[in-house]
Design a protein around this ligand. Sequence first.
Ligand SMILES: [Cu+2]
Length: 356
Amino acid sequence: MQTFFIIAILVLGFLITFQIAKASEYVAVMRGEEKSRKQTNKINGFMMLVFLAAGLFGVYYCNEQLKGKILGEPASDHGVHIDMMLYITLAITGVVLIITQILLFWFAYKYQESDTRKAYYYPHNNKLELIWTVIPAIALTVLIGFGIYYWFKITGDAPKNAMDVEIVGSQFKWEYRYPGKDKIMGKKYYKEISDARSNPLGQLWDDPANHDDIYVSGEAMHLVVNKPVRLIIGAKDVIHDVGLPHFRMKMDAVPGTPTTMWFTPTKTTKQMREETGDPEFVYEIACDQLCGKGHWSMRGEIVVETQEEFDTWIIGKKPQYQVAVPGGNNAAPAVRPAADSAGAAEPKPVAMEVSK
Ligand SMILES: [Cu+2]
């Protein structure tokens, strides 16, 4: 029994010694860690300043490098206002960005851990919360208010002298329609869409307004300088988007839901070629909605020209009615049986589509 107690005391003694040794080792490690933490803090604090300087220089450098690549002066009346809104937004957010980033990184450096200073516990201040909530809220409301104003203007009623042009997207091309002499776009029905029957937009031939409508595809859309144009936008398959970067306009093309936007082109293609010094300049229609594997090929062009040039161009076009209904008979059947048109309504594949 005595031997057992002696062994037990020895084991306990060993364990206690072992634990004390281990504990002091931990304390030593912790002391070392504290030292290394303070050192890391100093380095991090300094790196905050380096990051601030590098970041601000980066903003400046990117701007210098890329400023030649922006589109230049807008070529529409709305475009001027939209650019102005963009510049105001950039100016406000730019100033806020620079001030907040300088404060953020400078404070991280200046108020890093110090043995001579204790952190001040400051959990809440209603007045400050109110200020930094209300001021940005007012600023953003004003910016958004201008945005909504122009949005309603652009999507609202076009001026009385505006011309209508229909633009329809499908995988993967743009097609256009002009209303002809009566200035009225004829009615359409999607089941009438048939390339085989020369009716790519599904025009209803029993609507006389369709008889002079001019269908254009495979070439540029033509517009008249300084004449407002209302685009009537549609799609045949998926959602596309009429993106007109030079005019600062864009609008989704949604199947079954026509959308509109109007603007006034203010510079002819010729003028733009002179201004940009680029003899190849063309106004571009870019599909702004990822619409499938051939999305990249949905590039259309717009020619902006004088009224005389436009008249000369359009006079050479034959109304689609005369193509689809030889002899131009008004009694042509309007609605064909669904079974007849179902297969033909499929959008035809275009040569530029990527093969599987
Ligand atoms: Cu598209």
